[in-house]
Write a protein that binds this ligand. Structure first.
Ligand code: GDP
Ligand code: MN
Length: 394
């Protein structure tokens, strides 16, 4: 389970990491009140489970009430890479001398926790890792010994932290490791970890993922999982027993079996398209499940075209076809799948595929395009999505 920034910061504070005082709010008036309470200048931050908020305009400094009102109004409801902003975090703004980066994660291949530290913080850390890997210090921790103060100091100094803040950075690394360990996190990341002009070391951002399998040990964290930390579509999918992951693009993807869905994503990407989701309807999908899956995909307004890729094994293609026909009947013409609506490219292969294709052809569904192979299907759906975009722009 991923935590919002302010929830991550609450965990940080509990383990002695320095963070700014702030308030989580859901409307402009509360944001203004919160700003008053924490004291100007404040920073107003979109609380969504995706990075790059700053670049997207979701992080703004406000010097007075007028600015706080304006920024809060602009950021609430904003769409950041497919995530709608429903909550803001308002904290007292920090002065920044330097931005560092620190994280702890589980390195599965080494079977050990991995600590990373860089003085090139604030920016995209993947870029640092790629362009200047020598500026990203990576150290494994013996899980039985834990992280020693000596190791933390070594990481800070070989990473090139300013001499006068090496102790402060080491403290932050020790606290971050404690967060990771004691909260059963899979990732605990701070970007940026700042040094203030007064030479304080402080977490300005927080990215924490908790291990779902260990949530039972953390009743407080478990309580967070109820609503705001999940995309509403992902939550519904879970209830229905299908695996759905929201992505940034505009092509809805539905397949049966994780391997098939993953390769479908790849083929669509290679054809120049951008998937809007990962949806695995699972093995043995019946008509009802397919109908629900179609509805889930269409909930996402970004979807311009859908690729249905079914390889029949236990799942029978005729059942899938029935599900699709039922979904179209229910959503109805005038709904999103109706004439002039969202095009569906359908590739049925495997068990009862001939029967499935016959059923689909007979149903004469509007906007359904059959395809024989995965490549053909991908090319078709990419072209159709482009057509939809052009149509919308016209
Ligand atoms: P992200 O873009 O989603 O990673 O959001 P961050 O919380 O990391 O904020 C993005 C950037 O906004 C940071 O790297 C800072 O440069 C800037 N920022 C955030 N909070 C403050 C603050 O309190 N004071 C100042 N001066 N800048 C801030
Ligand atoms: Mn950040």
């Amino acid at each position: 389970m991923d935590l919002l920034e302010y929830q991550g910061k609450q965990l940080f504070a509990r383990h002695g990491l320095r963070v700014s005082q702030g308030r989580a709010v859901a409307n402009v008036e509360d944001a203004v009140t919160a700003a008053q309470e924490v004291g100007y200048p404040v920073v107003i931050k979109a609380q969504v489970l995706i990075g790059g908020r700053g670049k997207a305009g979701g992080v703004k400094l406000a010097a007075d009430e007028g600015e706080a009102r304006e920024h809060a109004g602009n950021i609430l409801g904003m769409d950041i890479h497919g995530h709608t902003v429903r909550k803001l975090w308002v904290e007292h703004a920090s002065d920044i001398a330097t931005e560092y980066y620190a994280s702890v994660l589980l390195d599965r291949s080494a079977k050990k926790p991995l600590i990373m530290f860089s003085v090139e913080g604030g920016v995209d850390i993947e870029e640092v890792a790629e362009r200047t890997p020598e500026k990203l210090v990576r150290r494994h921790v013996d899980p039985l010994e834990g992280l020693s103060r000596q190791e933390a100091v070594e990481i800070a100094s070989s990473g090139g932290a300013d001499a006068d803040v090496i102790d402060g950075v080491a403290d932050a690394l020790l606290a971050l490791y404690e967060v990771w360990l004691q909260e059963d996190a899979t990732l605990a990341e701070i970007n940026p970890l700042i040094v203030t002009p007064a030479r304080e070391v402080k977490a300005l951002d927080a990215k924490v993922s908790l291990d779902d399998n260990a949530l039972y040990r953390h009743p407080e964290s478990q309580a967070l999982s109820d609503s705001e930390n999940e995309d509403p579509i992902e939550r519904r999918a879970k209830e229905q027993g299908v695996q759905y992951v929201k992505l940034d693009g505009d092509i809805g993807i539905l397949g049966n079996g994780a391997g098939l869905v993953m390769s479908t994503l790849d083929v669509v990407a290679r054809a120049g398209g951008s998937p809007a989701n990962f949806l695995d309807a699972g093995g043995g999908s019946d008509a009802e499940k397919i109908k629900q899956a179609v509805e889930l995909i269409l909930e996402n307004d970004a979807v311009k075209a859908v690729l249905f890729n079914i390889f029949g094994g236990i799942t029978r293609c005729d059942e899938v076809a029935r599900g699709l026909i039922a979904a179209f009947a229910e959503i109805g013409v005038g709904g999103k799948s109706g004439a002039g609506g969202i095009p569906f490219v359908v590739r049925l292969d495997g068990t009862n595929d001939v029967e499935g294709r016959r059923l689909l052809a007979e149903a004469e569904l509007p906007n359904v395009y059959p395809a024989q192979t995965m490549n053909e299907a991908a090319e078709k759906v990419v072209a159709l999505a482009a057509g939809q975009r052009a149509g919308a722009a016209a």
